[in-house]
Design a protein around this ligand. Structure first.
Ligand code: NAI
Ligand code: ISE
Length: 338
């Protein structure tokens, strides 16, 4: 059976996901799309040579009888409402990160899903599907470097638009680390502090860049994450785990080494779309397969909530300068992994 998808938001990642669902992955087809930029949505369908219904309103995508499952790829503040609408319609929904703008918003999604009685939500945290992060997790889980003691991480983007603000470095960017580091260490955050180094001259008035976010986990692991979104040189994701017996690093994306003109060089990617291109394929194929087999297994609404509880504490820490607690309630049995 071919799963009929409706996509809300046909911007950068919406276009990427429509392309992969249509041209790369198996078992799904895009039958409906929506964007507040209707002409942009139509142009994108024409570019891909795709026949699909175009709706002015995302709710019409959710409620279309032709749509079996929904992809939410519109702006961050719209995620919660469309995800709740999909749950109300009893349709599986893949929602890009963040699940909602606050932990409270994510909790509404969790509560609606539990009330429905079956998992319907997968959050677009793709890093647990990345081959490098999976290899790193295996090394840790097998005890190859002993117990993890410290993690040193960095999330660097070459540049961001004027619309990007200091809090988005947490809610839209760090949110990936907030999810993947819980998954990697099998741990939860206890406290967080945010410190601001000297601001880069490449930033703008509404953005303090870079930032350093310091966590202590429940097991006592110390984590530092540098977020530097105007780093200029590339899109660079780093993760080093210091254990009792050794150190393990996230592998660099594979790239050709060149010897030329008295230089030894390896290129660095500049675009997030390329850095995790395979992981996006794998996460969406998993969603399609899981919906078809009737049970979702990917990052859950609870994972989206847990990341947002930590994000809220980070936002508080940005403003207070103090060490703030991260208070995640116990996970309901509903979200126990099979
Ligand atoms: P974008 O600005 O390129 O595209 C967003 C699109 O949503 C725009 O075309 C906009 O017109 C549309 N939109 C906004 N409100 C809407 C509404 N109410 N109904 C229908 N369409 C609406 O942004 P981008 O980069 O594609 O990001 C979209 C979402 O995906 C964001 O939430 C972002 O955080 C997430 N994202 C996730 C990534 C990942 O690595 N998992 C990477 C990039 C983005
Ligand atoms: C963007 O929205 C993403 O999700 C990218 O993966 C991330 O690296 C970037 O910082 C975000 O703005």
């Amino acid at each position: 059976m071919t799963l009929k998808l409706g996509v809300i938001g046909t911007g950068a990642i919406g276009q990427e996901h429509i392309r992969r669902c249509t041209k790369v992955l198996q078992g799904a087809t895009v039958v409906a799309v929506s964007d507040i930029n209707l002409e942009g949505a139509k142009a994108e369908l024409a570019r891909l040579g795709l026949q699909a219904e175009v709706y002015a309103n995302g709710y019409d995508v959710v409620n279309s009888p032709d749509v079996d499952a929904v992809l939410v790829t519109s702006w961050d503040p719209t995620h919660e409402e469309f995800t709740l609408a999909a749950i109300a319609a009893g349709k599986p929904v893949f929602c890009e990160k963040p699940l909602a703008m606050t932990a409270e918003g994510c909790r509404r999604v969790v509560d609606a899903e539990m009330k429905f009685g079956k998992r319907l939500v997968q959050v677009g945290f793709m890093r647990p599907y990345d081959v490098g992060y999976r290899a790193l997790k295996k090394v840790i889980a097998e005890g190859q470097i002993g117990e993890p003691l410290m993690l040193h991480c960095a999330h660097r983007n070459p540049t961001v638009p004027e619309s990007y603000t200091t809090d988005m470095a947490i809610t839209s960017t760090l949110i990936h680390e907030l999810d993947v580091l819980r998954w990697l260490t099998n741990d939860d955050y206890k406290t967080v502090q945010v410190v601001f180094p000297r601001v880069t001259s490449k930033s703008h008035a509404r953005l303090k860049d870079p930032q350093i976010v310091l966590f202590e986990t429940q097991k006592g692991i110390r984590i530092d994450v540098e977020i530097f979104v105007n780093c200029a040189y590339g899109y660079d994701i780093q993760c080093e785990v210091v254990g009792e017996e050794g150190i393990a690093r996230l592998p660099e994306p594979s790239a050709v080494q060149m010897r030329k003109g008295a230089q030894l060089s390896t290129s660095i990617l500049t675009d997030w779309k390329d850095r995790f291109i395979d992981a996006y394929d794998v996460e969406l194929q998993a969603f399609i397969n899981d919906v078809s087999s009737g049970s979702l297994t990917g990052p859950s609404a609870w994972d989206g909530y847990a990341a947002s509880v930590a994000a809220d504490a980070c936002l508080k820490a940005q403003n207070s300068g103090a060490i703030e607690p991260v208070e995640l309630p116990p996970r309901p049995a509903f979200y126990d992994k099979a």
